[in-house]
Design a binder for this molecule. Sequence first.
Ligand code: ADP
Ligand code: NI
Length: 217
Amino acid sequence: MNNSELINKTITFVKEKLNDAEGGHDWFHIERVYKNALLIAKNTPCDITVVQLGALLHDIADSKFHNGDETIGPRTARLFLESENAPEDIITHVVNIIENISYKGGNFEKKFTSVELDIVQDADRLDAIGAIGIARAFHYGGFKDRTIYDPKIDPVTNMTKEEYKKNNAPTINHFYEKLLLLKDKMNTETGKQIAAERHRFMETFLSQFYAEWEGEK
Ligand code: ADP
Ligand code: NI
């Protein structure tokens, strides 16, 4: 099987698998990450097949929706790629990408490094910021029945993760907890450039949001 056949089969597999996924992690998220990854890969020497497969399979079975089971995503991807007779070195690399891509609060140390992982991770992070990132955050907040903002809860305080959860923190807090930190975590030059633009857009959004909240604009 040639590479484009394998990619097409993977697209069909992922679309089917994510058929009833929630809106922040559906096929459209994968498609955007795939496009971001191709854009970054254009400017970065890499194994494009690994980048494509990594982007397509990175959220194939999110542990959040499988009782915290961290092994199900990598396992599902491996079984699929084996069933398509993909070369073992490609399978191992893609599985390493899936195992190491997650943000995990920022304290997570990457156990595996490769330029292909850097690209897919940047592509995934880009989808968490900018206009799409804002939409996904409020979508997720609604899914969790969170308020959008509560001026009594200072979004810039250093609440611990546990405190956030206990307080069922408003969605605006997520910007300070994660989204505004992502631009400084980008790996690739192209990723950094796009992230800087999306970051500015989020800052504009937040200042407009607070001004509207106060009836100032
Ligand atoms: P990823 O797809 O990179 O693994 P997550 O699964 O952590 O990211 O989150 C998926 C989407 O939901 C992201 O856009 C993220 O910003 C958003 N999200 C995650 N946690 C929260 C939260 N506590 N409040 C609002 N949005 C959130
Ligand atoms: Ni993702």
